[in-house]
Design a protein around this ligand. Structure first.
Ligand code: FEO
Length: 392
């Protein structure tokens, strides 16, 4: 495997992970992922920006086979998919120093046992001259860990953005303009990884506005050779803008809850509201996360299992709460056998979210005419709330 040239003396030296299907033992990766590392050769110093997951260390080292000296390894983020191969690189380049943020120093020492004397910390705005090239370090905490920073290569106007602007996507080419899947993959990545830090990311995007950026080189997925598109998408995702959409995750065991979901879907649709429904027994949770990026309302559908909500619904409610989407309204529908505490349980699981709860519709057994009328009332309540709040 050979390095891929981005510009003169600037190379992608990462690894594609075509077959990985799960990240953090949680996040589905339908299209694999990549761990992007970059090599920048200045007239006086050579730097490696990030490494790769430790499982792919050999791929990185193969691409560095003709590189005699690396002066600095820049570790933007201590999570092991980028820092994991630092020990192997240090083993080959014994004089190299690791550059990171003050918080990154502790994390690298704890997670990878990198000796503290090998680590140099940088301040926000500090620069490093490589001779004919200058790196500017910009602290960017909470995208999505507290130690993260990004690097701007001043002369070439390249932003090495770490996880920000990334996508879990393995590709054969280098640039996002060559890959039609990038926009969807980037939204999935934002939804699953960055959404809980929306307000912080908005501030970071404002901070980046003063930089002229020709290329964004993230640490996952393709390099953005036309960065306006990915920047604009992120501005929209982190904005307060919400859409006239109801997200409807549900489980049905014997068809009663599903018939309620069918009725509500039709009724909302007739009122001009977009419905994104997910049968949790079959869906990819990443798709649910994507739908939550700008939806106005969530309606959770569940039968009762051992007096509570179905475990898959519990998991989806927990995830929704953790992702902190912009949702404004919520409700619960479902069928029960003989009783339970489903409403209290689901409401409690989503307590991070400042939601206005609309009257739930819970049915004993198979829904009857009056139950469908109650669903009609719920659809009208949602439509009224959206209208009153100018959600179009
Ligand atoms: Fe791609 Fe947060 O590591």
């Amino acid at each position: 495997m050979e390095p891929k040239k981005i510009k003169r003396d600037i190379f992608w030296v990462g690894a594609q992970d075509w077959d990985r299907r799960l990240f953090d033992a949680l996040i589905p990766l339908p299209d694999g992922t990549s761990y992007n590392a970059y090599l920048v050769k200045g007239s006086e110093k050579t730097v490696l920006l990030d490494t790769v997951d430790t499982a792919k260390a050999d791929t990185l080292l193969l691409q560095l086979k003709d590189i005699e000296t690396i002066d600095f390894i820049i570790s933007h983020h201590a999570e092991q998919d980028h820092s994991g191969a630092i020990p192997q690189v240090l083993k080959k380049y014994k004089n190299a120093k690791v550059i990171t943020s003050p918080k990154g120093k502790g994390l690298l020492a704890e997670h990878l046992h990198i000796p503290e004397e090998k680590i140099i910390t940088i301040a926000d705005g500090e620069t490093l001259s490589l001779g004919n090239k200058t790196l500017e370090f910009i602290h960017m905490p909470w995208v999505h860990w507290p130690e993260t920073f990004v690097t701007y290569l001043q002369e070439d106007k390249i932003l090495f953005s770490c996880d920000l602007f990334g996508s879990h996507l393995a590709v054969s080419g280098l640039y996002s303009s060559e890959h039609w899947k990038v926009c969807d993959a980037a939204k999935r990545y934002y939804a699953e990884v960055m959404m809980p830090f929306r307000i912080t990311i908005l501030k970071h995007l404002e901070k980046l506005k003063k930089y002229k950026i020709d290329i964004i080189a993230p640490s996952h997925g393709p390099v953005h050779d036309s960065p306006e598109c990915i920047m604009q998408s992120h501005m929209e995702w982190v904005s307060d803008k919400i859409s006239n959409t109801v997200v409807l995750p549900y489980v049905s065991m014997h068809g009663s809850t599903e018939s309620m979901v069918d009725y509500l879907t039709e009724s909302l649709s007739n009122k001009g509201i977009n419905v994104e429904r997910f049968n949790l027994a079959a869906t990819d949770m990443g798709k649910l996360a994507i739908a939550l990026v700008d939806a106005a309302t969530i309606v959770v559908g569940s039968p009762t299992v051992l007096v509570g909500a179905h475990p898959l619904v519990v998991s989806a409610a927990f995830l929704t709460n953790a992702l902190k989407p912009k949702l404004k309204f919520a409700s619960i529908i479902g069928s029960y056998g003989w009783g339970g505490k489903m409403v209290e349980q689901i409401t409690g699981l989503m307590s991070n979210l400042k939601l206005e709860m609309l009257e739930p519709v819970l049915v004993k057994g198979k829904p009857k005419d009056e139950d469908y009328k109650a669903l009609e009332r719920l659809a009208s309540d949602i439509a009224n709330k959206h209208r009153e709040n100018d959600i179009a």
